[in-house]
Design a protein around this ligand. Structure first.
Ligand SMILES: [Fe+2]
Length: 277
């Protein structure tokens, strides 16, 4: 290789790669659609939009989240599930603007949510952030979403009954499955459980559920070709990303919408539509 081409080419390539990872891929939303067969007798598949890890911050502006919400609405979901990490730190976002953005979504489609480790609690407090999730729960509730914090709700979609369950975050030491599933009866209706961190699945194991929705991993966020992600913040990496069987059930872990370090490589932000039958 010509020495001059090498000297000038290498920094240009490095800059281009950085520009792509920093400014293009983190905003390059991918819409995915997956069939989830539960074996329950449903008249038609339920259209569940699953998004997660919005991480509103200076590097993930509310305007980007609004564009993501508009695309979620265009998927024509029956309901929307948001599985935690609404923010990254305690003060890097505009609360009223965030509430309005969430209202735009929840005004059109029933929206349910759980809290993640960044939303406040034992883990977040270690970084000097929110010591509990009251502030973010209030923000999300004012945004019109129903926060299920170790709680359940029975709903009806087009005449079809469905249980929605939400558990507290595992890293925040707030996962109380016994309380979350207390109301869920043995009525044959499908059970969807929202659980931020897939490592909390064993805590939910003794209870009745069909599909678990998780986030937390960001799909690895940086996927090195032929190697994979250098860091995945879970113990059981089998459930780090995608739709995977768990015994006779399903776990769906989405790559999330936002990010925490401002870059994504080979791991685009994701808006998922699950067709649950
Ligand atoms: Fe996250």
């Amino acid at each position: 290789m010509n020495r001059r081409v090498f000297l000038y080419g290498l920094p240009t390539a490095a800059l281009s790669a950085y520009g792509y990872a920093r400014f293009l891929e983190p905003r390059w939303l991918e819409e995915t659609q997956k069939n989830v067969a539960t074996g329950r007798k449903l008249r038609r598949p339920l259209r569940i939009a699953h998004i997660s890890d919005l991480h509103a911050a200076a590097i993930v502006p509310i305007s980007f989240l609004e564009s993501a919400f508009r695309r979620v609405l265009a998927m024509k979901p029956d309901l929307v599930c948001i599985t935690g990490d609404f923010v990254t730190t305690d003060n890097d976002f505009d609360k009223p603007k965030y509430e309005s953005a969430l209202q735009m979504l929840s005004a059109k489609v029933p929206t349910f949510a759980v809290m993640g480790n960044h939303d406040g609690g034992v883990w977040a407090a270690q970084s000097g952030w929110l010591p509990n999730n009251n502030y973010i729960r209030e923000l999300v509730t004012r945004g019109g979403a129903q926060v299920l914090h170790n709680d359940a709700a029975k709903i009806e979609i087009d005449g079809m009954p469905l249980w929605m369950v939400g558990v507290g975050d595992w890293w925040s030491e707030e996962l109380r499955a016994r309380f979350a599933f207390e109301k869920v009866s043995n009525d044959g209706a499908p059970v969807i459980v929202m659980n931020h961190n897939p490592d909390g699945k064993e805590d939910c194991d003794p209870f009745r559920w069909d599909v678990m929705l998780c986030g937390h991993t960001h799909g690895g966020q940086v996927m090195i070709p032929f190697y994979g992600p250098p860091i995945v913040p879970v113990i059981d990496t089998r459930y780090a990303v995608g739709l995977n069987p768990y015994k006779d059930r399903w776990i769906h872990t989405t790559r999330g919408v936002g990010n925490i370090i401002g870059i994504r490589v080979n791991c685009r932000p994701e808006l998922s539509l699950l067709l649950v039958s």
